[in-house]
Write a new protein. Structure first.
Length: 412
């Protein structure tokens, strides 16, 4: 089997995902992704006529983010028209899945050179989707809802915290630590290698730093925040008339949810885009590239759609088992902080040293641009392995519908 190598990884800073307020919010989604494509092409002298495929994740493929945003971004970046593209949706896991699929094509011998990544303009999609109180991932399919009731992801997070006995205090403590680590990383330039500053088309700077972190966050400030997902348990669910409380009761009739998640210990709403160049060794040698990492394992799992967020642990175990590794063989871990309980459960269930997990903070501090996040986390992992002179990293995340992709990379 041919190996798939990561040549480079680049991304935008994450901008606050509010229309008219975030520094990236005025960009068209494909234009924002094109900015990353332009940057990674320039710094690697990428011959885009050689690209076999561009694989891009985008979760909300509607309006400006519809019409195969990956292809539109490649064209917008001025890439050769022979560089085809596809856009996929695995909810939050799209940015890992895009890399995994591109890598699989290379490993199979069908492709020599691919670009993978993701984009999500949450400042845009927030204007198109209903408020939290009536949002579901089943798209209003009532037959599916009878088979698998799926509450909002935030409700799922509170359900898991209740079932697994995580207190608000320990989840808040993880959120504070995320902010502290993120601030340290920003202040010391740990993200600089991957970040491509975003300029407006008139040449003025739009954003060159992370925009979302809230320095000075403490246990006291978090304790003052109201829980979010308790507030719409009795709101009607779209196209059905039921409430989230009733959906939960279908599967867990005796569960009295202890609501513990709020704006401070949940992932932030941001805009962002990312891209990675992947190739086989023969192509890298031909053009004189020195690969930065090799992809040594990939996995995807599905599980309970009602709890929805519990699959990163089995995904990690599956990826490790495929190459005969254990958690002790992994130097660093990245688990997306969709909600604090996801990271807390990942650390607890795998028996991990917290000092090896999300060492530069996570989405509670930096934000979660849905389909771009997985690709961003791979870039973050690669930079940090190099900075610390370590070798192996595992990246995974929960997704809507009860799934999780995972990837293990190794420096070369």
């Amino acid at each position: 089997m041919t190996h798939a190598y990561i040549i480079d990884a680049a991304r935008t800073p994450r901008g606050i995902g509010k229309a008219g307020k975030g520094s990236l919010s005025e960009f068209h989604p494909s234009r924002l992704l094109a900015k990353v494509f332009e940057g990674i092409q320039s710094r690697n002298n990428l011959n885009t006529a050689d690209i076999d495929d561009v694989v891009v994740g985008c979760s909300s493929q509607v309006g400006k983010q519809g019409s195969c945003v990956g292809r539109m971004a490649a064209l917008d970046a001025g890439w050769d028209t022979s560089a085809s593209a596809v856009t996929l949706d695995r909810f939050c896991g799209s940015g890992i899945t895009s890399v995994n699929l591109a890598a699989a094509n290379i490993m199979s011998g069908m492709d020599d050179l691919c670009v993978a990544g993701g984009v999500e303009m949450m400042s845009y999609t927030a204007t198109l989707t209903p408020e939290y109180g009536n949002r579901t991932v089943d798209g209003g399919n009532l037959h599916l809802r009878d088979l698998h009731p799926q509450p909002h992801q935030g409700v799922c997070a509170d359900m898991i915290a209740t079932l697994d006995s995580f207190s608000r205090e320990e989840l808040d403590a993880l959120a504070v630590e995320s902010q502290i680590r993120a601030q340290h990383a920003v202040a010391n330039g740990y993200f600089d290698k991957s970040i491509i500053p975003v300029f407006n088309d008139d040449g003025t700077l739009a954003l060159d730093r992370e925009e979302f972190p809230r320095p000075g966050t403490t246990m006291e400030t978090l304790a003052a925040l109201p829980t979010v997902f308790s507030q719409f348990m009795d709101a009607p669910v779209d196209n059905g008339g039921e409430t989230f409380r009733q959906l939960v009761a279908r599967k867990y009739p005796d569960l009295d949810i202890n609501h513990v998640h709020h704006a401070g210990n949940s992932s932030g709403v941001v805009d962002g885009a990312a891209a990675l160049i992947l190739s086989n060794k023969a192509y890298a040698d031909k053009v004189g590239w020195k690969p930065r990492a090799r992809i040594i394992s990939m996995a995807t799992v599905g599980g309970d759609p009602t709890l929805m967020l519990n699959e990163p642990v089995p995904a990690a175990r599956k990826a490790l088992a495929r190459v005969g590794m254990t958690v002790d063989d992994i130097d660093l871990f990245e688990i997306n902080e969709a909600f604090s309980v996801v990271a807390a459960k990942f650390i607890r269930d795998l028996g991990l040293d917290p000092a090896k997990v999300n060492v530069n903070g996570g989405a509670m501090a930096l934000g979660h641009p849905i389909a771009a996040t997985g690709s961003i986390l791979i870039a973050t992992m690669l930079d940090e392995l190099e900075r610390r002179d370590l070798n192996t990293g595992l990246i995974t995340m929960c997704t809507g519908g009860g799934m999780a992709p995972a990837i293990i990379i190794e420096r070369v």
